[in-house]
Every structure is written in structure tokens, then in C-alpha cells.
Ligand binder design. Structure first.
Ligand SMILES: Nc1ncnc2c1ncn2[C@@H]1O[C@H](COP(=O)(O)OP(=O)(O)O)[C@@H](O)[C@H]1O
Ligand SMILES: [Mg+2]
Length: 377
């Protein structure tokens, strides 16, 4: 049996754990064509949730389209992709699709011939960057018109939406808003990991997307269902596993789905070799993963100054401590607070640490903490 705990990829169907409430809630929102800002830190499972939601909506007869801003470095490519992806979602007939593409004024059709002789169509922005915004707006209003003509509702997800400001733009955001507000056949999900950027886009009165939709904070996966999911797979694999160990895994992974999938994946592989799961095997897991990722952590480690490295060692040993407390500084021989503050800021910028909403600092990747601990041994 293959390892059922996948990570670093989009998990679907039987490999996708729980999220039933979230899928139900978003299904309701999208059936009434609302606009939702979906927000969480990276690796919490937004993209996986979206794919599974879109699968469910598709089954209900809605047209669905997905765009990830990471894939489009400039507005030209985003504009072309917008028209292409939304048209394809609404029209499956290639001939009709090519006709649609040919009818767009600001975009140029690209026809390519597959090895099997099949024809497929794409789009590109005809002229220079100046044409990109008009092309995007044309694609947006075309999506609405096509949905209307086809008597279908379209759900469009824009993932990594907090990247939108990279296209530099106030004008862009305002133009997008007024276009979206005219749509009555399209529901939108704007999903993003940069929480502060997302919240300021949706909540700042001066920003174009102010109050354009509700904000949905994606939390961890419900512990009871996730435990059930993990237990069921291990039982299918004929492993004997105790419930308490799963609880330990959720704790070790700080409730971040990506971490938990990694821990379960590693446990599955190790248990295969050792045929049974023991307490010490579970304790060893984060160190196993830390070793697997060690080339990556080494690179990061060398970007930190000696002072920053000392702070990281102290935080790895004492993750719950308050870095500005005298006790912490005395125990670990670091300080003063002013230089700690500078180090924390710099380490956050390097994505080694992250600042939580509560103002605490955590390792961006929990396994780096174990990697540092193993350096000390
Ligand atoms: N519901 C889930 N069930 C199982 N694994 C999940 C689930 N959600 C997320 N994951 C795991 O976490 C990883 C990161 O999820 P992803 O959707 O890419 O997060 P985000 O988009 O928030 O950064 C996935 O590759 C997968 O391994
Ligand atoms: Mg994602």
C-alpha cells in the first residue's frame, strides 16, 4: 500500500482530511455568489481546501476556475490567464472556445497543435504592458457576459491574492472592484497567506477592496476528525497505533496540516521498517524530518549572524519563553533587548522566524527548531 499521507502537493479525495464545515460554509457562500477573503498563514491548507471545494461545486453544476497569482509575474500574463481560464470553465467545445478567443479585442489568440493532433487554444496580451489592464478588464466583463449567455454560474478563485499589489496598483484594484461589482453570475474567493496584506486590503477604508466580502480565517483542521482520519489510514495499513500518539503528532506539528502530514508520512515509512510503532519512534520523528531537510536549514543558518544564531539556539531550547524577559536573556547569555529586537526583526524578514498574531515569535518551519537542537548534541 502506498503512503497515504501526502505533503507538498494538493491532496484530494480520500487523502484529504476533514474540512467538512469549511467546505459546507464556502459551498453556501458560493451558491449565493458571494465574495470571500480566505486568510491563513502558509501551509494551513487553503489551496487544498479550494481544490476540494471546487471539485464539490463542479459536481453541483457550477462552472469553476482557479488562478494562482504566483504563476503570473506581470499583469499581462495574469490578464491573459484570466480570460483563458474563465472562458475554458464556461465553454468546453474547442471550436467555440477559439471563436471566443478570436472575438476578444485586447487579447491575441494562440493556437497550438498537440502531439496527438488535438488543437488547443490560449491567449496572450497583444501589445505592451500598457494594454494589460484594459485586457484584464475585458476578460473580466467577458467572463460575466459568457456566464450569463450560458446560463451558468461561475466560481472564480484567485489564490495568493496578497500578491496583487506586485502589479502595482491602486488603479488596478479600483478598476477590478468596479468590474466585480457589476457581476451577478460570478462568485469570488480571494485567498492569501500574507495576513496583514489581506486584512488591510479587505478592512482598510482607503483600499479598493474595502468591505467587498467577508473574511474567513482558516484555522487548523478539527482535531477529532483529523485524529480519526489518521487512525483510519494506519489501521488500513495494518499498523497498531495508539490514539495518544496521534495527539502527540498534532502537538509536535503545532496543528499545521503540512507538518502533520509530514510527521505521519515519516511515521508510516519508519513503521514499515520496524513493523510496529513505539513511543520512542514518535519522539524521534521531528528529528528524522529535520535531517531530511538539513541542506535547506544549513543554507538558512548561514544567512544568520552569530548573534542571531545564538538567539535561535535559545529559542529552539526554550520556544515558549518571552525573548524580552530578563530571565530568558540571563539563562541563555544573550541581550540586551534592543539587539534582540533587531535580531528578531531580521530573522522574521529572512523567513526563519515568524511573528504570530499574539506578537510571539515562532520558527517558520517547526522542524528547523529540531535541526538546531540536533546541532547542539
Ligand atoms: N485537509 C487536508 N488533509 C490532508 N493534508 C492537508 C490538508 N490540508 C493541507 N494539507 C497538507 O498541507 C500541505 C499544505 O497545504 P496547502 O493547501 O498548500 O496550504 P496553503 O495553501 O494554506 O499554503 C499540503 O501539501 C498537504 O500536505
Ligand atoms: Mg496555497
Amino acid at each position: 500500500m502506498e503512503n497515504p499521507f501526502k505533503y507538498g502537493v494538493i491532496v484530494r479525495g480520500p487523502y484529504f482530511a476533514d474540512r467538512q464545515n469549511e467546505v459546507a460554509e464556502l459551498t453556501g457562500e458560493m451558491q449565493s455568489l458571494s465574495r470571500v477573503f480566505l486568510v491563513s498563514p502558509r501551509r494551513f491548507g487553503k489551496t487544498c481546501l479550494i481544490y476540494n471545494l471546487l471539485d464539490a461545486l463542479h459536481e453541483k453544476g457550477l462552472a469553476t476556475a482557479y488562478l494562482d497569482l504566483n504563476a503570473y509575474p506581470d499583469l499581462r500574463s495574469f490578464a491573459a490567464a484570466f480570460a483563458q481560464v474563465t472562458s475554458k470553465a464556461l465553454e468546453s467545445d474547442t471550436k467555440k472556445l477559439l471563436k471566443i478567443f478570436a472575438g476578444l479585442k485586447k487579447l491575441r489568440p494562440k493556437v497550438s497543435l498537440g502531439l496527438d493532433g488535438s488543437i488547443s487554444g490560449g491567449l496572450e496580451v497583444a501589445a505592451e504592458e500598457k494594454q494589460a489592464l484594459p485586457a484584464l478588464l475585458e476578460g473580466m466583463s467577458h467572463a460575466e457576459a459568457l456566464a450569463n449567455k450560458k446560463k451558468k454560474n461561475l466560481v472564480l478563485v484567485i489564490d495568493e491574492f496578497s500578491d496583487l499589489p506586485k502589479y502595482d496598483g491602486q488603479i488596478l484594484e479600483k478598476a477590478m472592484r468596479s468590474e466585480i461589482q457589476q457581476h451577478s453570475h460570478v462568485g469570488y474567493i480571494f485567498s492569501g497567506s500574507e495576513e496583514s496584506v489581506m486584512l488591510s486590503m479587505a478592512r482598510d477604508k482607503k483600499r479598493a477592496f474595502y468591505k467587498m466580502g467577508r473574511i474567513m480565517d482558516l484555522g487548523p483542521i478539527d482535531r477529532v476528525s483529523y485524529t480519526g482520519f489518521i487512525l483510519e489510514w494506519f489501521e488500513k495499513g495494518r499498523f497498531k497505533i495508539e490514539k495518544e500518539w496521534i495527539e502527540k503528532l498534532l502537538e509536535l506539528g503545532m496543528d499545521v496540516p503540512h507538518n502533520i502530514q509530514r510527521l505521519c508520512h515519516a511515521l508510516w515509512d519508519l513503521a514499515r521498517e520496524n513493523t510496529h510503532i513505539s513511543d520512542s519512534l514518535v519522539q524521534e520523528l521531528p528529528f528524522v524530518i529535520a535531517r531530511q531537510d538539513s541542506p535547506h536549514f544549513e543554507l538558512l543558518w548561514h544567512t544568520a549572524s552569530t548573534q542571531q544564531q545564538n538567539l535561535l539556539i535559545a529559542l529552539a531550547r526554550d520556544p515558549e519563553a518571552k525573548p524580552f524577559s530578563g530571565g530568558f536573556q540571563l539563562t541563555h547569555g544573550i541581550g540586551p533587548s534592543s539587539s534582540i529586537k533587531a535580531s528578531l526583526d531580521s530573522l522574521a524578514k529572512k523567513n526563519i522566524l515568524m511573528r504570530t498574531k499574539e506578537g510571539a515569535y515562532r520558527f517558520h518551519d517547526v522542524f528547523m527548531q529540531y535541526w538546531i537542537l540536533s546541532l547542539q548534541e
